[in-house]
Design a protein around this ligand. Sequence first.
Ligand SMILES: C[S@@+](CC[C@H](N)C(=O)[O-])C[C@H]1O[C@@H](n2cnc3c(N)ncnc32)[C@H](O)[C@@H]1O
Length: 293
Amino acid sequence: MRPLSSPPENCRGRELDDLRYSAVTAKESMDLHRLRYLDKLRQFWDVDDLTELKFNRVDTLYGSDRTDQRFDVAADERVTWLLQGLYLPAQPRIAEIGCGIGAVLKRVLARYPDAEVWGLDISAAMITEATRLLGEGTRIHLELTQDDSLGTVPDRSIDLVICTGVFIHLLDIRVIRNYVREACPVLKPGGAFRFNARYWNPQLSFGNTLGGRMARFPYRVGWHSSLKRCNVSTVQADFNGLYFTLSEIETLTREAGLIPEQFTLLTEDVASAKGYVRVNCRKMGASDSDLRG
Ligand SMILES: C[S@@+](CC[C@H](N)C(=O)[O-])C[C@H]1O[C@@H](n2cnc3c(N)ncnc32)[C@H](O)[C@@H]1O
């Protein structure tokens, strides 16, 4: 990679090339920040202790709640939503972004024993544990992600892409956007993508005082948006994540070539309308193009 501090020889003294050079280096530096952020994520999620992996990363259960039973109830509930209302073939092909210790894929395989599954995760410890839980077989592919791509998942082959509990812990929009964009090419036409994200409604999140209205204004006119790139160079990787409005989620999915079908709000804080949203979307299928004429 080119050093970021000085332009290459053939650019010196040429204004246009200098401008182009600054654009390239700005992009390189943003990419570098993204890759560094992914490294921080890798460290955060790579916990070398099964109890911590399970109860302090995949789920956050403390005290008397820290039981396998509580973990299983939550995982069962996630999978009920992930598979609800889908007409999958008897041997579906399913890919999960951020598969963790394999809790979701284990349940998917219990429902569809002949499924072929791909589980991708940024944490080696999670992949090791998922491999232990799911076993190895020709229809089970567990992969450590090197970046924010879908690795070896074949194009136009997948019936369902799943991503739950991952975007809610990401602060770099480029990583989220890359994953949403990657889902579309691997899906079969008409295939489904289900993910969750943090949700908020800025219109309800500030009071009606002058200060509240002023704070709301930049969101209302779109100056502030979670879809805008932000500098993550000093951001730590932890449980925090970006909050999206429903209209931002709609933009995020549509710009990736997906059709948003259903948003389900799980609102934690009624006063400020903050919480989580479950998003069901789909890649356009043959019947959609018929409808569009
Ligand atoms: C809260 S756990 C959820 C695990 C699983 N989806 C489930 O519902 O049981 C989040 C998982 O996402 C993984 N993860 C976090 N950031 C990621 C990234 N940028 N790319 C891939 N996996 C990521 C973590 O390592 C962790 O296994």
